[in-house]
Design a protein around this ligand. Structure first.
Ligand code: KIV
Ligand code: ZN
Length: 524
């Protein structure tokens, strides 16, 4: 472990683990790799890549991220979550094996509610199992983090006892989660001060904070913990996570930066990467960013009222505490069209905060040209959509060969779809429905032979003008799980059908992942 710098707050990103636990936010392996690379570029200290014992898919993605980070010049620590059980810890250690810097994160619930109703364990057993978990994890890795789940609702004396025991057992980071988003800033700060006073050796470990946002206080609670001595914040991009989500990374980081004279602390995050990373996570997870979201929302830097606009024209500091460029927002109304060249396109992509490899740039540029033939003017939203979709989406076994729809106001709409499977077969089906989108969904369902329950369907414009591109978002329930698909096109029937097919590809991919077994590494 590096020595602890008291002015440095470590940023532990759990978008790929706790964030992915949000309903409908599950990601494919290529999507996770893309986000992991963006997080490394953003400069987070730790990437929690997943929970390897949870599924084969999780194991494989943690392993792939660990390997990917070996390519980074300055790799963040890659962490894997595990319960305090030999089998979990072994799987996590095996998945992390190739990471240049790795951490085992073990957890066990400590609150009375969890002890009685979930674990059915007495206090003594909790302490024993927590110590065993940390001791086992240390067999594989020097960097071990322990989390007493539901710490915020645990009796402070018992929490201090557990924390003292895991510190003595060799944990190098102790994380204090508010698992259900129940605490309030003053109370939580007091808990951190209590632990610092009552746990021997606590100053030798990194004290971490992990807050959920059920009452909308995750960021405030995290910052209060930092004021009370925490030096690691666990957070997610756009605050995605279970239920109401987790502490939002961009809000916590920008609060520490904007109010540096108050906190006297710093992070290693390159804040100009915040906006593009936020857009990437939103596009990959299909979780839209509210327009008024702090720091990265579309309206975060918009000034509407006359008084504010007048103030801004006199001096931006009248109504602006951060500059858009500080968070990497460089939107313009610069318009590109079919005569724009590769160079202008690449420059705009860069200004929007995205870096593409030459080959990828060429592919996206060709898509840009094709789009420019259909659409007169291309705005930032169009370019962002093209870049964000490059390499994302679930490219599963099915693709659309052809889609024909007929609709008028007198009779039900009809759709005929021809799908191609990766194994070479093609299937053609026709169906009628309540409009061309409904008919297309029904034809696709029949072609793949799955019965799905459509939970949510949205279409929104990603850019400006009458010929703007429409992004379709589809949420479907299948076998008690929620799956999501999205697609962008100037033709919204086409984008809807593609989004629906992406859902089917995700279902097929997750079925494949469940049927392969992970390997398990033995203790050295
Ligand atoms: O919310 C929580 O308690 C967690 C732990 C596993 C850290 O996510
Ligand atoms: Zn959590």
């Amino acid at each position: 472990m590096d020595s602890i710098d008291p002015s440095r707050v470590l940023i532990f990103d759990t978008t790929l683990r706790d964030g992915e636990q949000a309903p409908g936010c599950s990601m494919t392996l290529p999507e996770k790799l893309r986000i992991a690379r963006a997080l490394a570029e953003l400069g987070v200290d730790v990437i929690e890549a997943g929970f390897p014992a949870a599924s084969t898919g999780d194991f494989e993605s943690v392993q792939a991220i660990a390997r990917e980070m070996a390519q980074e010049e300055q790799s963040p620590i890659v962490a894997g979550l595990a319960r305090c059980m030999r089998q979990d810890i072994e799987r996590s250690a095996a998945a992390l094996q190739d990471a240049p810097r790795r951490r085992l994160h073990v957890f066990l619930a400590t609150s009375a509610i969890h002890r009685q109703h979930k674990l059915k364990m007495a206090k003594e057993e909790i302490v024993r199992r927590a110590v065993e978990g940390v001791t086992m994890a240390r067999e594989y890795c020097d960097d071990v983090e322990f989390s007493p789940e539901d710490a915020a609702r645990t009796e402070p004396e018992f929490l201090a006892e557990v924390v003292a025991a895991v510190v003595a057992a060799g944990a190098s980071t102790v994380n204090i989660p508010d698992t259900v988003g129940y605490t309030v800033p003053e109370e939580f700060g007091q808990l951190f001060r209590y632990l610092r006073q009552h746990v021997p050796g606590i100053d030798k470990v990194v004290l971490s904070v992990h807050c959920h946002d059920d009452l909308g206080m995750a960021v405030a609670n995290s910052l209060t913990a930092v004021l009370a001595g925490a030096r690691q914040i666990e957070c997610t991009i756009n605050g995605i996570g279970e239920r109401a989500g987790n502490c939002s990374l961009e809000e916590a980081v920008m609060a520490l930066k904007t109010r540096a004279s108050y906190f006297g602390l710093r992070t290693g995050v390159d804040t100009t990467r915040l906006y593009p990373t936020s857009r990437l996570v939103s596009s990959v997870t299909g979780m839209p960013i509210p327009r008024n979201k702090a720091v990265v929302g579309e309206n975060a830097f918009a000034h509407e009222s006359g008084i504010h606009q007048h103030g801004m024209l006199s001096h931006h500091s009248t109504y602006e505490i951060m500059r858009p460029a500080d968070v990497g927002l460089s939107r313009t109304h610069l318009v590109l069209g079919k005569h724009s060249g590769r160079h202008a396109f690449r420059e705009r992509v860069r200004e929007l905060g995205f870096e593409l490899e030459d080959l990828e740039l060429q592919r996206v540029f060709e898509e840009f040209k094709a789009l420019a033939d259909r659409k007169k003017e291309l705005f930032d939203g169009d370019i962002e959509a093209l870049v964000l979709r490059a390499g994302s989406g679930a490219s599963g076994p099915w693709s659309i060969d052809n889609l024909d729809t007929q609709a008028d106001s007198r009779s039900p709409a009809r759709a005929t779809v021809r799908l191609r499977h990766a194994d070479g077969r093609t299937v053609e089906k026709s169906a009628s429905g309540d409009g061309p989108v409904d008919a297309s969904f029904k034809a696709i369902e029949q072609a793949v032979g799955l019965a799905l329950t459509l939970r949510k369907f949205e279409v929104r414009s990603v850019s400006e003008g009458e010929d703007a591109q429409g992004e379709a978002l589809v949420y479907v329930e299948y076998n008690t799980r929620t799956y999501r698909g999205s697609s962008v096109s100037t033709n919204i029937v086409e984008s809807s059908a593609r989004a629906f097919l992406e859902v089917i590809n995700r279902i097929e991919l997750s079925a494949e992942q469940r049927s392969t077994r992970p390997q398990v590494m033995r203790a050295p």
